[in-house]
Design a protein around this ligand. Structure first.
Ligand code: NDP
Length: 333
């Protein structure tokens, strides 16, 4: 018998990232080749014409798994009974704009999203925030969504993890799939800490510590981290457009792992509500390594050694998030 469709809402659905993402969801890359989906596509009123064009294109793909794609600017329709919310739409940073102004605009968007999720979505809805500043937008959304468990709110740091994984793979001359257990700690910003102290690299039949294979602490603590932290800006400089294709891939990876689980002993990084593990202030949305069971329950990977270098990097990104939270909460009041 055919499975019940999964209802997935994507906000900012007429935007760049969504344009790379929607086909991936509708053809089964996110939930599997036997899982029908209904797409709830939300954007602002003035984007409806463009969004209707996206729906025409989805129709014209003649996809067997796509039951329906609903385009709307009404949150009550967009969030009705959804299983998964992918919140991409956010107010973009404009030239000359103060950080506080950007945060204020986004607090308003993500407060409304949280309230609407609470009113219309399933209480089990899994929420992924992509729109920047993603961690703090996620925090505002989570705090505004009464009745939905805090652990159902996550933000995207998977693109950072994928970027780090690829840098290590290239350095070791292996495929990216042979690199596991990279960690992204903290904020999805240039203060993030890509940590490869526990990363494994499979070469032939043998698994090695990445640090043993690379044997270059100066690169690992310097250019490697800088490259990952500034990769988004490098793509913008080269393409004159942001990294929408790789962001869409990371969104697919994040939700697929959150739904299907991580394999074996491996882990992945997600921005989640901190429970105080590793000295990260409780309540912050902070990227951490997690193991995920099929169905979506996740546990923070515990007992990883935190040396002085890691501590400083982790505290630095937490400090930035604490400052963002303080400012955002003033606007929430
Ligand atoms: P994109 O689809 O390119 O980006 C959307 C958001 O994702 C931005 O906040 C962007 O941050 C963030 N983002 C996170 N990771 C990445 C990455 N690797 N590369 C690029 N962006 C990343 O923006 P568009 O302007 O094309 O589309 C946004 C859409 O959202 C528009 O259609 C707009 O109308 C809509 N919107 C919808 C809202 C709603 O439905 N409630 C509210 C506000 C806007 P950054 O800005 O830092 O690049």
């Amino acid at each position: 018998m055919e499975k019940e469709p999964v209802r997935v809402c994507v906000t900012g659905a007429a935007g760049q990232i969504a344009y790379s993402l929607l086909l991936r969801i509708a053809r089964g890359d996110m939930f599997g080749a036997d899982q029908p989906v209904v797409l709830h596509l939300l954007d602002l009123d003035f984007m409806m014409e463009s969004l209707n064009g996206v729906v025409m294109e989805l129709d014209d793909c003649a996809l067997p798994l796509l039951v329906e794609a609903v385009a709307t600017s009404d949150v009550a329709v967009a969030f009705k009974d959804i299983d998964v919310a992918i919140l991409v739409g956010a107010f973009p940073r404009k030239e000359g704009m103060e950080r506080a102004d950007l945060l204020k605009r986004n607090v308003s968007i993500f407060k409304s999203a949280g309230e609407a999720l609470s009113a219309h979505a399933k209480k089990t809805v899994k929420v992924l925030v992509v729109g920047n500043p993603a961690n703090t937008n996620c925090l505002i959304c989570q705090r505004s969504a009464s009745g939905i468990p805090a652990e159902n709110f996550t933000c995207l740091t998977r693109l950072d993890q994928n970027r780090a994984q690829v840098q290590i793979a290239k350095r070791c001359d292996v495929n990216a799939q042979n690199v596991s257990n990279v960690i992204i700690w903290g904020n999805h910003s240039s203060t993030q800490f890509p940590d490869v102290r526990f990363t494994q690299v499979q070469v032939g039949e043998t698994s090695h510590q990445a640090t043993d294979l690379i044997k270059d602490d100066i690169w690992l603590k310097g250019d490697f981290i800088k490259t990952v932290q500034t990769r988004g800006a490098a793509v913008i400089k080269a393409r004159k457009l942001s990294s929408a294709m790789s962001a869409a891939q990371a969104i697919v990876d994040h939700i697929r792992d959150w739904t299907c689980g991580t394999s074996g002993d491996s882990w992945t990084s997600m921005g989640i509500v901190s429970d105080g593990s590793y000295g990260v202030p409780a309540g912050l949305i902070y990227s951490m390594p997690v193991r995920i069971s099929p169905g979506g329950a996740y546990q923070i990977v515990q007992n990883l050694e935190i040396n002085d270098f890691a501590r400083e990097m982790m505290d630095n990104t937490a400090k930035e998030l604490l400052e963002e939270r303080e400012l955002a909460l003033q606007f929430l009041a």
